[in-house]
Ligand binder design. Structure first.
Ligand code: 13P
Length: 333
């Protein structure tokens, strides 16, 4: 039989990295909007805008044509940010063959609808198996070959097992999980907490306070995640605690950097204008607070982050607010 054909849509840092991983194991094509990006990937095996100085797998091919990208696609990987996820799928719908599994890489929630990315896949591409690849995966580290692990989450274990080898390597271990809701919520929710950790970093609050933010952050992620139908255990796994830790700790995390910028007194508009990448936690923070309201879940850290994002108060006041976490805590659960 012919080799599997993987198509990745979106050539940001993580889409490009996942495409480079898949190119080791399958015939892989990445779609980028910009012709200059496509040329650079095809000719120089690099993507300098997002992964400066790093080499991509030599077999990875790129195209600006969505038709070409989807023509022979067996597995579709969505590497576009959450705010353009639905619009991209609408373009994909008439071009992709039926039943092709779709894997989301985006760690955000849709504004307005509060949908997870796999819910958007079901709405725009009915009948296609939908899942995600997520975990503690700072793109540069993965592309450099530093050991890491991720989870492919699909409702159907057989499909998850079939997809697992596509992304695996000797230094990139891929686990499977059938808890799609829990696996999918870890990423968006940790991004919001990571903004808070970044603010703490910028303000020099100290390691005890940062550990409090991360640990209590996991508690609120888990509370909301379980209310939305995820399994509690999933949130202590790679897509939950794992991704929360790497994003809060790594100076390369965009969401942590956003928090540090807030601590330096910058506004949301200034921060967004200064970045060439998307920090999903900015937009996700208000969606998370809507969900917290609907489901009656207390999310004190996310609430402070959402207030800072909206410009209602600054990072210093947010951390003053978080002191109430320590002052008011009677029971840890
Ligand atoms: P950032 O979007 O904050 O860079 O997070 C990276 C990430 O999700 C690592 O797993």
């Amino acid at each position: 039989s012919r080799p599997m054909r993987v198509t990745v849509l979106g050539a940001g840092s993580w889409g490009t990295t996942v495409a480079s991983l898949a190119a080791r194991n399958a015939d892989t094509l990445i779609w980028a909007r910009r012709a200059s990006t496509v040329e650079q990937i095809n000719r120089e095996h690099r993507n300098e805008d997002y992964l400066k100085g790093l080499a991509l797998h030599r077999k990875l091919r790129a195209t600006t044509s969505l038709e070409e990208a989807l023509r022979d696609c067996d597995v579709l990987v969505m590497g576009v940010p959450s705010h353009s996820f639905r619009a991209t799928l609408k373009q994909v719908a008439p071009l992709v063959r039926p039943w092709v599994p779709v894997i989301s890489l985006a760690k955000g929630l849709e504004q307005g609808t509060q949908r997870r990315m796999t819910e958007i896949i079901h709405e725009e591409l009915p009948g296609h198996p939908a899942g995600l690849l997520a975990g503690p995966n700072i793109a540069r580290e993965v592309l450099q070959g530093m050991a890491a692990a991720a989870v492919v989450a699909m409702p159907d274990e057989t499909i998850a097992r079939a997809l697992q080898p596509l992304f695996s390597s000797s230094v990139f271990r891929v686990y499977i999980n059938t808890d799609v809701i829990g696996s999918e919520l870890g990423g968006p929710l940790k991004n919001v907490i990571a903004i808070s950790a970044g603010m703490g970093q910028g303000l020099g609050v100290g390691e005890n306070t940062r550990a409090m933010v991360i640990t209590r952050g996991l508690a609120e992620i888990t509370r909301l995640g379980v209310a939305l139908g995820g399994r509690a255990e999933t949130f202590s796994g790679l897509t939950g605690l794992g991704d929360l830790l790497t994003t809060c700790m790594s100076p390369l995390s965009r969401n942590r950097q956003v928090g540090e910028q807030y601590a330096a007194g910058k506004t949301t508009a200034e921060i967004v204008a200064s970045m060439n990448m998307v920090a999903e936690g900015i937009k996700t923070s208000s969606v998370v607070m809507e969900l917290a309201g609907t489901y009656g879940v207390d999310m004190p850290i996310a609430r402070e982050v959402a207030a800072v994002v909206k410009g209602e108060h600054g990072a210093v006041q947010a951390f003053r607010g978080l002191r109430r976490l320590a002052a008011g805590a009677e029971q840890e659960s």
